[in-house]
Design a protein around this ligand. Structure first.
Ligand SMILES: CC(=O)SCCNC(=O)CCNC(=O)[C@H](O)C(C)(C)COP(=O)(O)OP(=O)(O)OC[C@H]1O[C@@H](n2cnc3c(N)ncnc32)[C@H](O)[C@@H]1OP(=O)(O)O
Ligand SMILES: O=CC(=O)O
Ligand SMILES: [Mg+2]
Length: 727
């Protein structure tokens, strides 16, 4: 619909804003659309200019590598070339961030950050409620306790139940030790005046080694329903029920231990979501509206029962003086907008051009986010009046500055106080990593996190240096110096810029959602590395990863990290390519191709044909991996790179694609409505489904994709698949 202001706005989108959102703000629709048009006409050209700069720089880098071919890499010369072309910008002295009105979950506390596709209301509600999670369920339902021969299918297994309880009590002994004895032997807990007392079978009693860890209670002091403990700022609730499933057989009648888990959640509009047109975007925005109003609700069937899911209220206890002790029942929500690349059919400008989707996302998610600021209590989100927007895939300081300018303009448009819109900077493109301090400078009044998105960062590592040579196999890329340099320097710079106490220094996703034992062993490295948050893929992973923040005092770690020698800049520039004389065996090459292709097809088929933006896909070793657009960027760019440098050839990759299409079809055969890529009697090439063609383009035209991003091709084929399904 053209509105007299030379904007063509999708009818449903227009109705949504005019009828469902703008009246809640008391904003005049005419004024809103007029001001929005002005904002678009001022900022869309700048957005396009930034994309043109990306292209120019990439062409210069490609050219440089081509000219250097066959010569050993001179790191000094390489660095000076990157400076000459403006890829690395001049550093401009110290930066001290001044972000204020930041909620404690971001500024003061350290704990897991959950990410969830916002298009999925059931998951999104689960995520917001993942502030609290059952330790017993997390231990029982995952491999953190070896499953062995135990059959978990048919109801509760008492033997495993005992192992869960024992492990939970080990945790209590480690984090909330008693002055004497062990939680394993306690028969009852009572509160006497301000003290928690634990009694043993022989009548002895003891208190906590650190009595101040006991902060609140529910129920009677002599017979508590629950006790609230606190360590490193995080709460743990011991729940009692002498008739409960676990409490009935427990010495002290402990029925469960609840862990404060996902302190923050990123509601994702980006890489875990397949939203290719106005219809899809509206679903995403409607869910955000429901979350910001506290009204989102969804019903679904599970285990033969209908469940209705809503946002949880805050949790109320009595403190030691009998006063109300309130703890949030919900994860603090941030929202990840899309980056600067894509354009959307939601709005066309006067020339008929689609408007940059990042601009629309900023306006709409802030407009809806601002509804939260009108609420004092209830199911509100920010207690400090901020709206948290995570901005992904920005290339360098200029692009961060642009996002901040956009946010400032949105604040004016909506009449919000300056710096209400906070920015989370994803450090996930090479140009951002190399210029991180300057990026922070551009956002110094609103930055609330710098997060190492190592998945996109790996994709960009490959694409940027596509012409430099053939990359190592994926597993080896992770072991080269560049990645440690990137991770450590992110923390160093964050600390130098004064993020401590104001913002998060974040680390990336645990991408093996079913491998929780392995996560427990390895992800403790994140808090130890000075990160006060790190990403998890599910509520259960949040509950388990939260335990790490009890074991590690991140802020103390940060103090010691401040004293270390900063990373050598050159290490960041070392490209993880195969060195001369370092040949790969035919077997390794074949396996790498098969692994990449399997993951790629498994993800793309669900994205293109079913609109699922994030999937659990088995790799070649049958380990389920979280796949999203960032992991697809890696696998497609990796294959494109090997094809370019002759490590493999097109027919070899096609052969693997044909075989893997069948494997993926088999993996999906029980999924309702699944259309096989290679149905009986046909090869995948003959069938030429949208998904298979998208996969071919992602690989064989991978070199040409802007920054190696996958969204242009995914969107193109998903739009076609949707159109075909409607015919
Ligand atoms: C590089 C990056 O950008 S990383 C950021 C993007 N990635 C993400 O956001 C990952 C989000 N995670 C997910 O989407 C999912 O966990 C997947 C796709 C990895 C696995 O999903 P599934 O195969 O459906 O998981 P699974 O069957 O094990 O568990 C489903 C249950 O867990 C819940 N769940 C799983 N992931 C999440 C999540 N991120 N948030 C909330 N709940 C979740 C579901 O609600 C569901 O529970 P329910 O039946 O009570 O509703
Ligand atoms: O967004 C996260 C990443 O790793 O990419
Ligand atoms: Mg990313």
């Amino acid at each position: 619909m053209q509105d007299g202001l030379d904007l063509f706005v999708n009818d449903d989108f227009r109705r949504f804003l005019d009828n469902d959102v703008l009246p809640l703000h008391g904003l005049e629709t005419e004024t809103f659309w007029r001001d929005l048009k002005q904002l678009i006409s001022d900022l869309a050209p700048v957005n396009r200019q930034l994309l043109a700069t990306r292209t120019r720089l990439q062409q210069q880098i490609d050219q440089w590598h081509k000219e250097q071919q066959g010569q050993p890499m001179d790191m000094a010369e390489y660095e000076s070339f990157l400076r000459d072309i403006g890829y690395i910008v001049k550093a401009d002295g110290d930066v001290t961030v001044s972000t204020d009105h930041v909620d404690d979950e971001i500024a003061q506390l350290a704990g897991p950050q959950l990410v969830v596709p916002l298009k999925n209301a059931r998951f999104a509600l689960n995520a917001v409620n993942a502030r609290w999670g059952s330790m017993y369920d997390a231990f029982y339902g995952t491999d953190v306790i070896e499953r062995g021969e135990l059959d978990l299918a048919g109801g509760h297994n008492a033997q495993r139940g005992q192992q869960v309880i024992a492990k939970a009590k080990d945790f209590l002994d480690e984090i909330f030790p008693l002055d004497q004895g062990s939680h394993h032997d306690v028969t009852s807990y009572v509160v006497y005046y301000h003290h928690l007392l634990a009694f043993f079978a022989d009548g002895r009693q003891t208190g906590l080694k650190k009595p101040c860890q006991f902060v609140a209670i529910n129920g009677q002091k002599a017979d508590p329903e629950s006790l609230l403990l606190k360590n490193n700022g995080l709460h743990v609730e011991i729940k009692f029920d002498r008739n409960g499933k676990n409490g009935i057989s427990d010495k002290a009648n402990i029925d469960d231990i609840l862990i404060e888990s996902a302190l923050t959640t990123i509601m994702d509009c980006e890489d875990s979501v397949a939203a290719v047109d106005a219809e899809d975007k509206l679903e995403v925005y409607q869910n955000w509206l429901g979350l910001m109003q506290g009204t989102l609700e969804t019903s679904f069937e599970k285990d033969g029962e209908t469940h209705t899911r809503r946002m949880n209220p805050d949790r109320i206890f009595s403190d030691l003086d009998g006063e109300v002790y309130r703890v949030s029942g919900r994860s603090l929500m941030l929202i990840r907008n899309v980056g600067h690349l894509m354009e959307s059919d939601l709005i066309q400008d006067s020339k008929g051009d689609f408007v940059p989707e990042g601009i629309i996302d900023a306006v709409v998610t802030a407009l809806i986010g601002a509804l939260d600021l009108q609420r004092e209590a209830g199911l509100s989100n920010s207690r400090t009046g901020s709206i948290y927007i995570v901005k992904p895939k920005m290339h360098g300081p200029e692009e961060v500055a642009f996002s901040c300018e956009l946010f400032a303009r949105v604040e004016q448009l909506l009449g919000l106080a300056k710096n209400t819109l906070k920015i989370g900077i994803m450090d996930e493109e090479r140009r951002t990593t190399l210029n991180l301090k300057e990026c922070i400078r551009m956002a110094q009044e609103r930055v609330v996190f710098i997060n190492t998105g190592f998945l996109d960062r790996t994709g960009d590592e490959i694409h940027t240096s596509m012409q430099a040579g053939a990359f190592l196999p994926k597993d080896q890329i992770k072991q080269q110096v560049w990645i440690d340099a990137y991770e450590n320097r992110n923390v160093d710079i964050g600390l130098q810029c004064g993020l401590q106490g104001r913002a998060q220094i974040g680390k990336g996703m645990w991408a093996m959602p079913d491998e929780m034992a392995m996560m427990m062993k390895t992800k403790i490295a994140h808090p130890k590395a000075g990160a006060n948050t790190a990403w998890v893929p599910s509520p259960t992973a949040a509950t388990l990863h939260a335990l790490h923040y009890h074991q590690v005092d991140v802020f103390a770690e940060q103090e010691s990290i401040k004293q270390r020698t900063p990373v050598t800049f050159t290490d960041l520039l070392r490209i993880p390519i195969i060195q001369p004389g370092q040949a790969l065996s035919a077997e390794i090459i074949q396996r790498e191709i098969e692994n990449n292709v399997q993951g790629l097809l498994g993800y793309v088929v669900r994205w293109v044909e079913a609109g699922v933006g994030c999937s659990k896909v088995p790799d070649i070793n049958n380990t389920a991996l979280m796949e999203d657009r960032a992991t697809l960027r890696i696998s497609s760019q990796h294959l494109a790179n090997w094809l370019l440098h002759g490590i493999c050839n097109k027919s070899q990759v096609m052969d693997v694609m044909e075989r893997m299409a069948k494997v993926v079809d088999e993996q999906n055969k029980t999924t309702a409505g699944y259309q096989p890529m290679a149905p009986e009697g046909k090869t995948a090439s003959e069938q030429a489904s949208f998904a298979f063609k998208a996969a071919q383009d992602l690989i064989f035209n991978g070199v040409e994709q802007p920054s190696g991003y996958t969204e242009p091709l995914l969107h193109t084929y998903r739009v076609r698949a949707k159109a075909a399904a409607k015919q």
